[in-house]
Write a protein that binds this ligand. Structure first.
Ligand code: ZN
Length: 439
């Protein structure tokens, strides 16, 4: 398994995906190139066994699937997310200071570590909605150069800063954009020219800051990687690559990437939405299945919720559970939580262990310390729409929710291999606690 080759592809994907809109566009391009057919939720679906398809919602969530045969058993699904904690640029963004500086008004999207956003080159990317003759159209915009910075306050003006600091998003986190010139609304002027439209034709925007630092390898032997958005584009990338390289036999392979996991998943394109359920339903009806046959297929399906996990921190090794400790480069992390914040139970954990063994990749386990609340993820949220055997896994990483996170160089390739096995296999439930696993 050549993990350097996998990382080269991963880095290119990360660097070209400053936020969910770009991640989904890049995945669409890869799927089209691989010969998959694009479907639209607003059009009729004409599906054929032996073919692959994909559909997006809001241009920020995507589901791709491959139907091996008309009498498929169920669905083998990997779900991840493509959003990351970030600062969203507000509408009417410009704030002028002393008639000298222009800074931008931003607000938090999700729960980020604030400090590492300071003192580094940033830029803006997202979508603009443009007026057309008969309606509106979406254009993606990425100002692909070092453009802004959020400067720290000098230590001389805050001597206590190293004893701990409470960041105020309205005060501390606004990026410096330019010197005040003659022009009014220079920021929207820049966005409009990048979009190739007149500023007056931009009706609305979803624009976000992003960290300009590209993905890199580091460590004595290149054993670590660092990048923005590893949570969760690392899993989304591995899921897509495994999906494309798999050979589905008895079950439909489903690559699913949701938006808005970092803000609770409760949007039309989030894990709490009907997107996955609608798509599985439509596959069933397009393939001539009755409602009962659809429910039978769900009972013989398996979902891997793939969202990054916390590795043991070298400076804070005591923050991790005493017996379930994940390390970089030691493989896929199976996450457990008694209160079912993670969906893993003995059945789904056992199935995932078999998948990893079949793939020949290492796995490890994670639980939160019993005296610490962990984060949540999309696995248990999506259960309210499509309920099926689900395991929560992730790749081990450090500094989760920093704009520059660290992970292991080998682990992405491990997940690609496990995804290949997942998407090529099927899990047939007998309803009495027994399952036939076909590979
Ligand atoms: Zn995540």
């Amino acid at each position: 398994m050549n993990y350097n080759h996998v990382n080269k592809e991963l880095f290119s994907f990360l660097d070209r995906s400053p936020n969910a809109f770009f991640a989904v566009k890049n995945m669409c391009d890869v799927l089209s190139k691989a010969g998959m057919t694009r479907l639209y939720e607003g059009a009729s679906w004409d599906l054929e066994a032996g073919k692959g398809y994909f559909v997006t919602r809001n241009d920020s969530a995507i589901i791709a699937f491959r139907i091996p045969k008309a009498d498929y058993t169920g669905f083998q699904i990997m779900a991840s997310h493509c959003d990351s904690p970030v600062f969203k640029i507000k509408t009417n963004a410009e704030i002028t200071i002393d008639k000298q500086y222009v800074k931008l008004n931003v607000e938090k999207y999700g729960g980020m570590l604030c400090a590492p956003w300071l003192d580094r080159p940033l830029s803006a990317a997202g979508r603009v909605i443009v007026r057309t003759e008969d309606g509106i159209e979406t254009r993606l915009v990425n100002i692909d150069r070092d453009l802004m910075i959020i400067p720290n306050l000098a230590i001389h003006m805050n001597r206590q800063v190293n004893d701990g600091y409470k960041f105020n998003a309205q005060v501390d986190m606004l990026p410096l954009f330019c010197e005040k010139g003659e022009e009014s609304d220079a920021f929207m002027g820049l966005i409009a020219s990048e979009a190739g439209v007149a500023a007056k034709d931009i009706l609305d925007t979803d624009l976000f800051l992003y960290n300009r630092m590209p993905a890199v390898s580091l460590g004595l032997n290149g054993e670590f990687i660092a990048s923005g958005r590893l949570d969760d584009l690392q899993c989304a990338f591995a899921s897509l690559k495994g999906f494309l390289e798999s050979s589905p036999k008895d079950s439909v392979a489903v690559h699913c990437v949701f938006d808005n996991e970092e803000v609770g998943s409760g949007t039309k394109q989030g894990a709490a939405s009907t997107f996955l359920k609608d798509t599985l339903h439509r596959i069933g009806s397009a393939m001539g299945r009755t409602e009962e046959e659809y429910l039978m297929s769900i009972a013989s399906s398996f979902l891997v919720s793939a969202d990054n996990a916390h590795a043991v921190h070298p400076n804070h090794a005591d923050k991790t559970d005493p017996t379930n400790r994940a390390y970089l480069n030691k493989g896929i992390v199976i996450k457990y939580s008694a209160n079912q914040k993670y969906t893993t139970d003995a059945v789904s954990g056992a199935i995932m262990r078999v998948i990893c063994e079949k793939a020949g990749v290492p796995y490890q386990t994670f639980t939160n310390r019993s005296d610490m609340l962990g984060g949540s993820t999309l696995g248990n949220i999506s259960q309210s729409q499509v309920a099926l055997n689900t395991v929560d896994i992730g790749l081990p990483q450090l500094a989760m929710h920093s704009p520059y996170e660290t992970a292991g160089a080998k682990d992405t390739a491990f997940l690609v291999e496990a995804a290949k096995v997942l998407f090529s296999s099927s899990v047939e439930g007998t309803g009495n606690g027994n399952y036939k696993l076909r590979f």
